[in-house]
Design a protein around this ligand. Structure first.
Ligand SMILES: Nc1ncnc2c1ncn2[C@@H]1O[C@H](COP(=O)(O)OP(=O)(O)OP(=O)(O)O)[C@@H](O)[C@H]1O
Length: 304
Protein backbone atom coordinates (compact mmCIF):
# COMPACT_ATOMS: atom_id res chain seq x y z
CA UNK A 1 0.00 0.00 0.00
CA UNK A 2 1.26 3.48 -0.89
CA UNK A 3 1.32 5.90 2.01
CA UNK A 4 -0.15 9.27 1.21
CA UNK A 5 2.35 12.05 1.82
CA UNK A 6 1.46 15.72 1.96
CA UNK A 7 3.89 17.99 0.11
CA UNK A 8 4.47 20.09 3.26
CA UNK A 9 4.21 18.57 6.72
CA UNK A 10 4.77 20.66 9.81
CA UNK A 11 4.36 18.99 13.17
CA UNK A 12 4.81 20.28 16.68
CA UNK A 13 6.86 23.27 15.51
CA UNK A 14 8.34 25.44 18.27
CA UNK A 15 10.47 28.55 17.89
CA UNK A 16 11.33 31.14 20.52
CA UNK A 17 13.35 34.34 20.23
CA UNK A 18 15.31 35.01 23.40
CA UNK A 19 12.91 32.96 25.52
CA UNK A 20 9.83 34.55 23.96
CA UNK A 21 7.66 31.98 22.16
CA UNK A 22 6.89 33.01 18.58
CA UNK A 23 5.64 29.60 17.40
CA UNK A 24 4.25 27.30 20.05
CA UNK A 25 3.40 23.84 18.72
CA UNK A 26 2.18 24.48 15.18
CA UNK A 27 1.10 21.52 13.02
CA UNK A 28 -0.48 21.41 9.57
CA UNK A 29 -0.13 19.59 6.26
CA UNK A 30 -0.38 21.08 2.79
CA UNK A 31 -1.57 18.95 -0.13
CA UNK A 32 0.04 19.17 -3.54
CA UNK A 33 -1.77 21.60 -5.85
CA UNK A 34 -3.66 23.64 -3.28
CA UNK A 35 -3.43 27.25 -2.18
CA UNK A 36 -2.89 26.96 1.55
CA UNK A 37 -3.30 30.15 3.54
CA UNK A 38 -1.68 31.10 6.81
CA UNK A 39 -3.82 33.81 8.33
CA UNK A 40 -3.56 35.64 11.61
CA UNK A 41 -3.00 38.91 13.44
CA UNK A 42 0.35 40.71 13.64
CA UNK A 43 2.88 38.77 15.64
CA UNK A 44 0.92 35.49 15.42
CA UNK A 45 4.01 33.64 14.17
CA UNK A 46 3.09 33.40 10.48
CA UNK A 47 6.43 34.55 9.06
CA UNK A 48 8.46 32.49 11.54
CA UNK A 49 6.47 29.40 10.53
CA UNK A 50 7.00 29.88 6.78
CA UNK A 51 10.66 30.77 7.32
CA UNK A 52 11.09 27.35 8.93
CA UNK A 53 9.39 25.81 5.86
CA UNK A 54 11.77 27.74 3.58
CA UNK A 55 14.81 26.66 5.59
CA UNK A 56 15.63 30.25 6.57
CA UNK A 57 15.17 29.48 10.26
CA UNK A 58 15.90 26.38 12.26
CA UNK A 59 13.08 25.20 14.54
CA UNK A 60 13.83 24.77 18.26
CA UNK A 61 11.83 21.56 18.12
CA UNK A 62 9.26 19.79 15.99
CA UNK A 63 9.61 18.63 12.43
CA UNK A 64 9.20 20.17 9.00
CA UNK A 65 9.22 18.15 5.78
CA UNK A 66 8.92 19.63 2.30
CA UNK A 67 8.54 16.96 -0.39
CA UNK A 68 10.32 14.66 2.06
CA UNK A 69 13.27 17.01 2.69
CA UNK A 70 14.19 18.64 5.96
CA UNK A 71 14.57 22.34 5.06
CA UNK A 72 17.06 22.92 7.90
CA UNK A 73 19.57 20.41 6.53
CA UNK A 74 18.63 19.82 2.86
CA UNK A 75 18.95 23.38 1.57
CA UNK A 76 20.33 22.31 -1.82
CA UNK A 77 17.50 20.05 -2.96
CA UNK A 78 14.96 22.36 -1.33
CA UNK A 79 15.93 25.38 -3.43
CA UNK A 80 15.25 23.31 -6.55
CA UNK A 81 11.62 22.65 -5.61
CA UNK A 82 10.64 25.69 -3.54
CA UNK A 83 10.40 29.25 -4.85
CA UNK A 84 10.10 32.14 -2.42
CA UNK A 85 8.96 35.65 -2.98
CA UNK A 86 11.69 38.19 -2.28
CA UNK A 87 11.18 41.20 -0.09
CA UNK A 88 11.46 44.70 -1.57
CA UNK A 89 14.90 45.32 -0.15
CA UNK A 90 16.38 42.25 -1.81
CA UNK A 91 16.66 43.74 -5.31
CA UNK A 92 19.03 46.52 -6.32
CA UNK A 93 17.05 49.66 -7.21
CA UNK A 94 18.95 50.09 -10.49
CA UNK A 95 18.55 46.54 -11.82
CA UNK A 96 16.19 46.31 -14.80
CA UNK A 97 13.38 43.76 -15.03
CA UNK A 98 15.26 41.96 -17.79
CA UNK A 99 18.51 41.84 -15.80
CA UNK A 100 16.72 40.52 -12.71
CA UNK A 101 15.00 37.77 -14.73
CA UNK A 102 18.27 36.80 -16.48
CA UNK A 103 20.26 36.86 -13.26
CA UNK A 104 17.81 34.67 -11.36
CA UNK A 105 17.37 32.30 -14.31
CA UNK A 106 21.16 31.88 -14.45
CA UNK A 107 21.17 30.80 -10.80
CA UNK A 108 18.66 27.98 -11.35
CA UNK A 109 19.67 24.52 -12.54
CA UNK A 110 16.49 24.10 -14.60
CA UNK A 111 15.12 27.57 -15.17
CA UNK A 112 11.77 28.33 -16.76
CA UNK A 113 11.80 30.33 -19.99
CA UNK A 114 11.91 33.85 -18.55
CA UNK A 115 10.51 35.41 -21.73
CA UNK A 116 7.38 33.29 -21.37
CA UNK A 117 7.15 34.12 -17.66
CA UNK A 118 7.48 37.86 -18.37
CA UNK A 119 4.75 37.53 -20.97
CA UNK A 120 2.48 35.62 -18.64
CA UNK A 121 2.96 38.19 -15.88
CA UNK A 122 2.48 41.19 -18.14
CA UNK A 123 6.06 42.44 -17.79
CA UNK A 124 7.13 42.35 -21.43
CA UNK A 125 6.83 46.10 -21.92
CA UNK A 126 8.75 46.76 -18.69
CA UNK A 127 11.89 44.73 -19.43
CA UNK A 128 14.11 47.81 -19.62
CA UNK A 129 12.55 49.54 -16.61
CA UNK A 130 14.67 49.80 -13.47
CA UNK A 131 13.28 48.13 -10.35
CA UNK A 132 12.97 51.44 -8.48
CA UNK A 133 10.75 52.85 -11.25
CA UNK A 134 8.19 50.01 -11.19
CA UNK A 135 4.77 50.51 -9.64
CA UNK A 136 3.82 48.43 -6.59
CA UNK A 137 1.80 46.03 -8.75
CA UNK A 138 4.63 45.64 -11.26
CA UNK A 139 7.13 44.93 -8.47
CA UNK A 140 4.83 42.22 -7.11
CA UNK A 141 4.48 40.69 -10.57
CA UNK A 142 8.26 40.66 -10.89
CA UNK A 143 8.57 38.97 -7.48
CA UNK A 144 6.07 36.31 -8.56
CA UNK A 145 8.05 35.80 -11.79
CA UNK A 146 11.31 35.44 -9.83
CA UNK A 147 9.68 33.01 -7.40
CA UNK A 148 8.57 30.88 -10.38
CA UNK A 149 11.77 31.09 -12.40
CA UNK A 150 13.24 27.85 -11.07
CA UNK A 151 10.13 25.87 -12.07
CA UNK A 152 9.29 25.14 -8.42
CA UNK A 153 6.70 22.65 -7.19
CA UNK A 154 5.91 24.96 -4.27
CA UNK A 155 5.89 28.72 -4.03
CA UNK A 156 5.76 30.74 -0.81
CA UNK A 157 4.13 34.16 -1.04
CA UNK A 158 4.28 36.37 2.07
CA UNK A 159 2.06 39.47 2.33
CA UNK A 160 1.86 39.57 -1.43
CA UNK A 161 -0.65 42.35 -1.96
CA UNK A 162 0.25 44.73 0.88
CA UNK A 163 0.26 48.27 -0.48
CA UNK A 164 -1.48 47.47 -3.77
CA UNK A 165 -4.54 49.30 -5.03
CA UNK A 166 -7.75 47.25 -5.38
CA UNK A 167 -7.30 46.61 -9.11
CA UNK A 168 -3.65 45.54 -8.82
CA UNK A 169 -4.66 43.33 -5.88
CA UNK A 170 -7.36 41.60 -7.94
CA UNK A 171 -4.96 41.14 -10.87
CA UNK A 172 -2.42 39.59 -8.50
CA UNK A 173 -5.07 37.20 -7.13
CA UNK A 174 -5.82 36.06 -10.66
CA UNK A 175 -2.11 35.39 -11.18
CA UNK A 176 -1.89 33.34 -8.00
CA UNK A 177 -4.89 31.26 -9.15
CA UNK A 178 -3.21 30.75 -12.53
CA UNK A 179 -0.06 29.57 -10.74
CA UNK A 180 -2.09 27.05 -8.73
CA UNK A 181 -3.96 25.93 -11.85
CA UNK A 182 -0.61 25.22 -13.51
CA UNK A 183 0.00 22.63 -10.77
CA UNK A 184 2.21 24.60 -8.34
CA UNK A 185 1.37 24.37 -4.63
CA UNK A 186 1.03 27.84 -3.07
CA UNK A 187 1.72 28.67 0.57
CA UNK A 188 0.25 32.11 1.11
CA UNK A 189 0.76 34.28 4.18
CA UNK A 190 -1.78 37.05 4.53
CA UNK A 191 -3.72 39.15 6.96
CA UNK A 192 -6.31 40.20 4.39
CA UNK A 193 -9.57 38.33 4.93
CA UNK A 194 -10.96 39.00 1.49
CA UNK A 195 -7.77 37.70 -0.07
CA UNK A 196 -7.82 34.52 2.00
CA UNK A 197 -11.54 33.93 1.36
CA UNK A 198 -11.16 34.41 -2.37
CA UNK A 199 -7.90 32.51 -2.92
CA UNK A 200 -7.30 29.80 -0.37
CA UNK A 201 -8.45 26.21 -0.67
CA UNK A 202 -7.70 25.79 3.04
CA UNK A 203 -6.57 28.11 5.80
CA UNK A 204 -4.66 27.65 9.04
CA UNK A 205 -5.63 30.41 11.41
CA UNK A 206 -2.71 31.30 13.67
CA UNK A 207 -3.01 33.21 16.92
CA UNK A 208 -0.26 33.68 19.52
CA UNK A 209 1.93 31.01 17.97
CA UNK A 210 -0.77 28.34 17.75
CA UNK A 211 -3.17 27.04 15.10
CA UNK A 212 -6.62 27.97 16.36
CA UNK A 213 -8.55 26.61 13.37
CA UNK A 214 -7.77 24.79 10.13
CA UNK A 215 -10.46 24.48 7.50
CA UNK A 216 -11.73 25.64 4.12
CA UNK A 217 -12.91 29.28 4.03
CA UNK A 218 -16.52 28.03 3.89
CA UNK A 219 -15.85 25.70 6.82
CA UNK A 220 -14.43 28.55 8.91
CA UNK A 221 -17.37 30.79 8.04
CA UNK A 222 -19.74 27.96 8.98
CA UNK A 223 -18.26 27.99 12.49
CA UNK A 224 -19.20 31.61 13.15
CA UNK A 225 -21.85 32.35 15.69
CA UNK A 226 -23.99 34.01 13.04
CA UNK A 227 -24.05 32.55 9.55
CA UNK A 228 -26.68 35.03 8.32
CA UNK A 229 -28.03 38.32 9.59
CA UNK A 230 -31.61 39.06 8.49
CA UNK A 231 -32.83 42.57 9.08
CA UNK A 232 -36.17 44.19 8.17
CA UNK A 233 -38.85 46.66 9.20
CA UNK A 234 -42.18 44.95 9.93
CA UNK A 235 -45.15 46.43 8.07
CA UNK A 236 -47.22 46.25 11.29
CA UNK A 237 -46.33 46.04 15.00
CA UNK A 238 -44.69 42.71 15.74
CA UNK A 239 -44.13 40.82 18.98
CA UNK A 240 -40.47 39.78 18.53
CA UNK A 241 -40.39 37.21 21.36
CA UNK A 242 -41.52 34.19 19.23
CA UNK A 243 -38.69 34.94 16.74
CA UNK A 244 -36.11 33.56 19.16
CA UNK A 245 -37.78 30.12 18.86
CA UNK A 246 -37.43 29.93 15.07
CA UNK A 247 -34.89 27.35 13.82
CA UNK A 248 -31.16 28.19 14.27
CA UNK A 249 -31.77 31.69 15.62
CA UNK A 250 -28.84 32.88 17.74
CA UNK A 251 -30.05 36.37 18.55
CA UNK A 252 -32.89 38.83 17.98
CA UNK A 253 -32.30 42.56 18.33
CA UNK A 254 -34.40 45.61 17.69
CA UNK A 255 -32.77 48.83 16.67
CA UNK A 256 -34.80 51.93 15.86
CA UNK A 257 -37.74 49.96 14.43
CA UNK A 258 -35.47 47.61 12.46
CA UNK A 259 -35.39 43.99 13.62
CA UNK A 260 -32.15 42.03 13.23
CA UNK A 261 -32.26 38.25 13.49
CA UNK A 262 -29.02 36.25 13.45
CA UNK A 263 -29.25 32.67 12.25
CA UNK A 264 -28.62 30.48 9.23
CA UNK A 265 -30.17 29.77 5.83
CA UNK A 266 -32.84 27.80 7.62
CA UNK A 267 -33.82 30.86 9.65
CA UNK A 268 -34.50 32.94 6.55
CA UNK A 269 -37.24 30.62 5.29
CA UNK A 270 -38.78 30.06 8.71
CA UNK A 271 -38.81 33.78 9.47
CA UNK A 272 -40.47 34.74 6.18
CA UNK A 273 -43.20 32.14 6.57
CA UNK A 274 -43.72 33.14 10.20
CA UNK A 275 -44.23 36.76 9.09
CA UNK A 276 -46.55 35.69 6.27
CA UNK A 277 -48.64 33.80 8.83
CA UNK A 278 -48.98 37.06 10.79
CA UNK A 279 -49.84 38.93 7.58
CA UNK A 280 -46.77 41.09 8.07
CA UNK A 281 -44.37 41.98 5.28
CA UNK A 282 -40.65 42.39 5.81
CA UNK A 283 -39.94 45.86 4.47
CA UNK A 284 -36.39 46.91 3.51
CA UNK A 285 -35.34 43.29 3.92
CA UNK A 286 -31.58 42.73 3.96
CA UNK A 287 -29.89 39.37 4.30
CA UNK A 288 -26.14 39.45 4.86
CA UNK A 289 -23.96 36.38 4.97
CA UNK A 290 -21.13 36.05 7.45
CA UNK A 291 -17.70 36.53 5.91
CA UNK A 292 -14.28 35.26 6.83
CA UNK A 293 -13.92 38.53 8.78
CA UNK A 294 -16.67 37.41 11.17
CA UNK A 295 -15.10 33.95 11.46
CA UNK A 296 -11.69 35.48 12.15
CA UNK A 297 -13.05 37.73 14.90
CA UNK A 298 -14.94 34.82 16.47
CA UNK A 299 -11.96 32.47 16.29
CA UNK A 300 -9.06 34.74 17.29
CA UNK A 301 -10.59 36.14 20.45
CA UNK A 302 -10.92 39.68 21.78
CA UNK A 303 -7.26 40.63 22.17
CA UNK A 304 -6.22 39.50 18.69
N1 LIG B 1 14.27 37.87 14.53
C1 LIG B 1 13.47 38.04 15.58
N2 LIG B 1 13.97 38.31 16.81
C2 LIG B 1 13.18 38.48 17.88
N3 LIG B 1 11.84 38.37 17.85
C3 LIG B 1 11.26 38.10 16.67
C4 LIG B 1 12.04 37.92 15.47
N4 LIG B 1 11.19 37.66 14.45
C5 LIG B 1 9.94 37.68 14.98
N5 LIG B 1 9.98 37.93 16.29
C6 LIG B 1 8.82 37.99 17.22
O1 LIG B 1 8.14 36.75 17.13
C7 LIG B 1 6.72 36.92 17.12
C8 LIG B 1 6.13 36.32 15.84
O2 LIG B 1 6.62 37.07 14.73
P1 LIG B 1 6.27 36.70 13.22
O3 LIG B 1 6.98 37.70 12.37
O4 LIG B 1 6.53 35.29 12.98
O5 LIG B 1 4.72 36.98 13.21
P2 LIG B 1 3.76 37.32 12.00
O6 LIG B 1 2.51 36.58 12.29
O7 LIG B 1 4.42 37.06 10.71
O8 LIG B 1 3.51 38.87 12.20
P3 LIG B 1 3.26 40.06 11.14
O9 LIG B 1 1.88 39.85 10.60
O10 LIG B 1 3.34 41.26 12.02
O11 LIG B 1 4.34 39.96 10.12
C9 LIG B 1 6.50 38.42 17.26
O12 LIG B 1 6.24 38.69 18.61
C10 LIG B 1 7.81 39.03 16.80
O13 LIG B 1 8.02 40.25 17.45
Amino acid sequence: MLLHMSIIQVSGLHKAYGGRKAVDGVSFAVEEGEIFGILGPNGAGKSTTVECVEGLRRPDSGSVRVAGYDPATDRGPLTRILGAQLQDSELQPKITVREALELYAACCPEPADWHALAERLGLTDRLRTRFAKLSGGQKQRLFIALALIGNPRIVVLDELTTGLDPRARRDTWQLVEDVRDSGVTVLLVTHFMEEAQRLCDRIALLDKGRVTALDTPAGLIGRTRSGMAISFRPSAPLDTRPLADLPSVTSVKEDDGRIVVDGTDETVHALLSFLAGQKITARQLRITEATLDDAYLDLTGPDA
